[in-house]
Design a protein around this ligand. Structure first.
Ligand SMILES: [Zn+2]
Length: 188
């Protein structure tokens, strides 16, 4: 199952794929049904630094519409590790299409922190990389490990922190460096 976003030249949502509603509802995105046409990219990407990276990716596609970018990122559901692939293509009208699909999924015991239906949240914030889904607990660690360290795997431990998204330095380097590699002149 995948989902398609289309953004216009101003990074506003201008269309979605036929699979949009089904994907949104299956992934806790009920607020995005019907699709919020006209909403800016920033409305879909939480975290300003992550948004900067996605803007750069869209910009790259617009400058070189004949080039297809393939990106891999992690987007877990509470009970599944998921590796997502995003295929990004521009066209000559400055629109960019992003097709996001689940590449690999691996079940795991549910992580309450990722469950949007668990309402009680404390005033604490935990930072999560929107690319590799690691969380910052002293250093960047897998979400399961971070929750173990912070004693967040049991709901009885008390209210969960809120998640704030960003991008970790490893991913920033890998994504920006990788784009040059993937779309470089040798692929022409
Ligand atoms: Zn990361």
């Amino acid at each position: 199952m995948g989902v398609t976003w289309r953004f216009d030249g101003d990074d506003l949502l201008c269309g979605v794929g036929a699979d949009w509603n089904e994907f949104a509802l299956a992934n806790g995105g009920g607020a995005c049904v019907p699709p919020p046409i006209g909403q800016p990219l920033a409305g879909f990407v939480s975290g300003p630094d992550l948004c900067v990276v996605w803007r750069a990716i869209l910009g790259l596609s617009r400058r070189d519409p004949d080039r297809t970018l393939r990106l891999t990122y992690r987007c877990d559901s509470p009970a599944e590790r998921r590796i997502m692939t995003a295929t990004v293509t521009g066209n000559h009208r400055a629109e960019v299409a992003i097709v996001s699909e689940i590449g690999q999924r691996q079940p795991r015991p549910s992580v309450p922190l990722l469950d949007a239906t668990v309402p009680a949240r404390s005033g604490e914030m935990i930072r999560m990389c929107g690319w590799c889904a690691r969380v910052k607990v002293d250093d960047w660690v897998d979400v399961e490990e971070g929750c173990r360290r912070l004693d967040l795997l049991e709901l009885e431990s008390g209210p969960l922190p809120r998640i704030t998204h960003g991008i970790c330095n490893d991913c920033r380097v890998a994504v920006t460096g990788g784009l040059d590699l993937v779309g470089g002149a040798h692929r022409r």
